[in-house]
Write a protein that binds this ligand. Structure first.
Ligand code: IMP
Ligand code: MG
Length: 172
């Protein structure tokens, strides 16, 4: 499929560093666990974690939504849960993109039951115009317009995840 460059490697690197220093500053003295949402957030998660100037635990979960592969249907289940006890911890959820907000709000509800002392959201891309459910975002990489984006972890039908830059798919 034809694609157009949206966010370059350099822009990603620069923004990831900025987010990491903001998080390192905010999390000083807090017992923090970084929780990555598989699979889309993996590259962002790894780059961000390595730029943090702090001690941090890491863990992962995976959320699957029934229906088409590209958009949320609203029925979301955790197909892989975190293994770290989160009670009393400051948790930062790391996700690739928030679109309607349904996936993230479901994940937040699930994680709240584990009684973290606080739960923050760090997202690489925010498609704010398509939001159906409000989600509080603490750290945001970039705001994007409506088009379908791929690369740097984001997929279209499991393709393009390994690209090191972010593209918009044409004709979607
Ligand atoms: P939401 O539940 O509508 O917020 O959708 C979130 C999930 O939909 C993300 O974690 C992605 O897996 C997928 N998604 C939404 N928009 C895009 C996109 O532009 N590119 C790739 N995946 C997307
Ligand atoms: Mg995803």
């Amino acid at each position: 499929m034809e694609k157009e460059l949206l966010i370059s490697k350099e822009m990603i690197q620069k923004r990831v560093k900025e987010l990491a220093s903001e998080i390192s500053r905010d999390q000083q003295g807090k017992d923090t666990v970084l929780v990555g949402v598989l699979k889309g957030a993996v590259f962002f998660f790894c780059d961000l974690a390595r730029e943090l100037d702090m001690q941090v635990g890491i863990d992962f979960l995976r959320a699957a939504s029934y229906g088409t592969s590209s958009f949320s249907s609203g029925t979301i289940t955790l197909t892989k849960d975190v293994e770290t006890p989160l009670e009393g911890k400051s948790v930062i959820l790391v996700e690739d993109i928030i679109d309607t907000g349904l996936t993230m709000s479901h994940i937040i509800e699930e994680l709240k039951r584990k009684k973290p002392s606080e739960l923050k959201v760090c997202v690489l891309l925010d498609k704010i115009e398509r939001r159906e459910i409000e989600v509080q975002i603490d750290y945001c990489g970039f705001r994007v317009e409506g088009g379908f984006v791929v690369g740097y972890g984001l997929d279209y039908d499991e393709q393009y995840r390994n690209l090191s830059e972010i593209f918009v798919l044409k004709g979607m």
